[in-house]
Design a protein around this ligand. Structure first.
Ligand code: C5P
Length: 235
């Protein structure tokens, strides 16, 4: 059975991605390919992993004029990916063009939207001309994304509870910054355990370095799964 984990394949080379993918069961784990790996390894890797039955989240965060984003979404869908994403700040016309570009496909990818980059604090956001507080801007853009037919948003665990309440249950929340209790946060400011993130309302948990840099990635995943299970058993 599929777990909620999406493994962030943040590697510089295809060979490293394959090394890990070969050890993962596509019936249990989904994979995320971001800008680094895609720029280095290109569509062949994406196609290859999809052909190996992995659900691939192609995390390229499209943000451009509607026509260009529509074309990019169609090209991504042709690779057989499970999820793609766009920046909600690209606006209504851009998100609707993304949605329409793949709507007719028999197995269309889910489209999620990035609201406010978690690297942007209140000051950084104000500097871009946005006067709302980050949490309010996240809620505002997530609401717009839902209106435009996006399937969900990428959000921090902190925002998940608020968005779940505001946007209802059929809107996917994809949450990075997942760490086990006591593990290093790396450069993530606000981390949550798998159990906490699910309790906050997340549907999918993006986890990178705790798995990709572990001496025993499979052992690390087992521990992450145990953390989820402990929640179900109320431990
Ligand atoms: O290694 P770590 O578990 O921190 O990786 C998290 C992944 O989620 C990375 O691929 C990162 O780019 C991505 N991500 C994030 N924060 C966001 C959006 C995406 O950490 N707001």
């Amino acid at each position: 059975m599929k777990t909620p984990f999406i493994i962030a394949m943040d590697f510089p080379k295809a060979s490293q991605a394959w090394e890990l993918a070969d050890r993962l069961d596509p019936r249990r784990y989904r994979l995320k390919i971001g800008k680094e790996l895609f720029t280095a390894a290109g569509p062949d890797l994406v196609r290859g992993l999809a052909l190996h039955d992995f659900d691939v989240f192609l995390d390229l965060k499209f943000h451009d004029i509607p026509n260009t984003v529509a074309g990019a979404c169609q090209a991504a869908a042709k690779l057989g990916v499970w999820m793609i994403n766009v920046h909600a700040s690209g606006g209504r016309a851009m998100m609707e063009a993304a949605r329409d570009a793949v709507a007719h496909l028999p197995q269309r990818p889910l489209i999620t939207a990035v609201t406010v980059l978690t690297s942007l604090g209140a000051e950084g956001l104000a500097e871009t001309g946005v006067k709302r507080k980050p949490a309010d801007q996240v809620r505002h853009l997530a609401t717009l994304a839902r209106e435009c037919g996006m399937d969900g948003v990428v959000c921090s665990g902190r925002e998940a509870a608020d968005l779940r309440k505001t946007l209802g249950t059929d809107f996917k929340l994809v949450t990075p910054g997942i760490r086990l209790p006591g593990s290093p946060p790396d450069d993530q400011n606000r981390t949550m355990t798998p159990a906490q993130a699910l309790a906050a309302g997340a549907d999918y948990l993006v986890v990178g370095r705790p798995v990709t840099t572990a001496a025993d990635p499979i052992g690390a995943l087992e521990e992450l799964n145990r953390n989820l299970k402990s929640r179900k058993e109320g431990k």
